[in-house]
Design a protein around this ligand. Structure first.
Ligand code: HEM
Length: 400
């Protein structure tokens, strides 16, 4: 409880789970645009309703670039670099995004589906052969998106080590150690420069070779800092979110055996189930904040220019104005795909078609090959990563 006159602390102190914080849902109904305080002392606003979150994410009066400084309000201090696509406003954002966008269109991604199915099948073969129990995270949820993004970029999985260490440092939402961050960043950058050098001499048919060429031939369109951070972003975003979403989805399904049985009986429901899981599974505390460039109204309240606004996406995904009976998990829900889990507007998740496809392939493989799947851990035994951006699972023991 906050002291009188003092806004409550955000993120709310809530144990990691597949659900959004109860406090965020309460606010959606009672106080949709509250003032809150961050551990840094900054006072900011939250928006929790669907329409407000949509506006905070997509309205051109909301700036990401204004918050790309080391002392700006944030709950993820490692993600403040101004050279990072999510932290840019147009026209810089448009220029950088266009360079990588074509690798991630729905059409390009669909061509990868057979390869992703083969990778998933191979991982499940190995998991089933080593049964009767397995850790779903290390058997499938981590390697599937990891192998796919490495193949896209044209790097070996075991070449990612220093990059992953930095990505982990970047996505910490708790105590932040600037020195460790800078040191792991320097190691990752020098490692990545080595990989880029190799692509320069021996280019392949892959995204890293392509981005290296864009940088070399037209350096003003892609600076070296942007090249490094974009590759890091793709390795990180391509991995952590999808891993967390898949493991949390399986956990949630295991706690709703009737919904699982519907998928086993009718695997064609998997694509809609993936959308419903994206809607109900809470990945982090909030989406990336924006700063108002001018006064902006949210739910009839004026938020002054220069205010930092955090869109609480997982609360908006439970807004009854858009999702009737919003707490009911229903794999056949018609409006499931209206969730805001991939954002909205110019920064809409670049990897959404890829993430969707990977999640569909993985879930389809699980319902068809392990129809008797159960999670072999009680809620109090689950191993969470409370300090990471996605609040994912370190491990998920299953039987089938
Ligand atoms: C379940 C999986 C995923 C979720 C829930 C997710 C969610 C998001 C969200 C909410 C944003 C928008 C952030 C904002 O508005 O500021 C975003 C942006 C982004 N995502 Fe994803 N993502 C996922 C998977 C992926 C994958 C697989 C990739 C690619 C390899 C990816 C690459 C990106 C990139 C590059 C951006 C920045 C786009 C921009 O700023 O224009 N994501 N993601």
């Amino acid at each position: 409880m906050a002291a009188p006159g003092r806004p409550p602390l955000f993120p709310f102190d809530t144990p990691p789970s597949t659900d959004p914080a109860a406090e965020a849902i309460r606010l959606l109904h009672t106080d949709p645009v509250p003032r809150v305080r961050l551990a840094s002392g900054h006072e900011v606003r939250l928006v929790t309703r669907y329409g407000d979150v949509q506006r905070a994410l997509a309205d051109p009066r909301m700036s990401r670039a204004a918050l790309a400084t080391p002392d700006a309000p944030t709950i993820v201090p490692g993600l403040q670099s101004p050279d990072m696509m999510p932290n840019m406003d147009p026209p810089d954002h448009t220029r950088l995004r266009r360079l990588v966008a074509k690798a991630f269109t729905a059409g390009t991604v669909e061509l990868l589906r057979p390869r992703v199915e083969t990778i998933a099948a191979g991982l499940l073969d190995r998991m089933l052969a080593a049964g009767p129990t397995a850790d779903l995270v290390s058997a499938l949820a981590e390697p599937l998106p990891g192998i796919v993004i490495c193949e896209l970029l044209g790097i070996a999985r075991d070449e990612r080590g220093p990059l992953l260490a930095f990505i982990e440092a970047m996505s910490i939402t708790t105590a932040f150690d600037q020195e460790t961050f800078a040191a792991t960043g320097a190691v990752a950058a020098s490692h990545l420069l080595g990989l880029i050098e190799r692509k320069r001499h021996d280019p392949g048919d892959d995204l890293l070779s392509e981005l290296t060429q864009v940088h070399d031939e037209d350096g003003d369109r892609l600076s070296e800092a942007e090249l490094l951070i974009t590759v890091m972003l793709l390795v990180g975003a391509g991995q952590e979110t999808t891993t967390a979403q898949l493991a949390k989805s399986v956990l949630l399904l295991s706690r709703h055996p009737d919904e699982w049985s519907r998928l086993v009986a009718e695997p064609d429901l998997v694509p809609n189930a993936v959308e419903e899981l994206l809607r109900v599974v809470a990945l982090g505390h909030a989406g990336q904040p924006r700063m108002t460039r001018e006064d902006v109204a949210f739910s009839g309240r004026t938020v002054e220019a220069g205010t930092t606004v955090f869109p609480v996406v997982n609360a908006a995904n439970r807004d009854p104005a858009v999702f009737p009976d919003p707490d009911r998990f229903d794999v056949t829900r018609r409006e499931a795909a209206r969730h805001l889990s991939f954002g909205r507007g110019a920064h809409f998740c670049l990897g959404a078609p890829l993430a969707r496809m990977e999640l569909q392939v993985a879930l389809h493989a699980l319902v068809t090959r392990t129809p008797g799947l159960k999670v072999a851990e009680r809620d109090d035994e689950l191993a969470w990563q409370p300090e990471s951006l996605t609040r994912g699972l370190r491990r998920l023991l299953i039987t089938w």
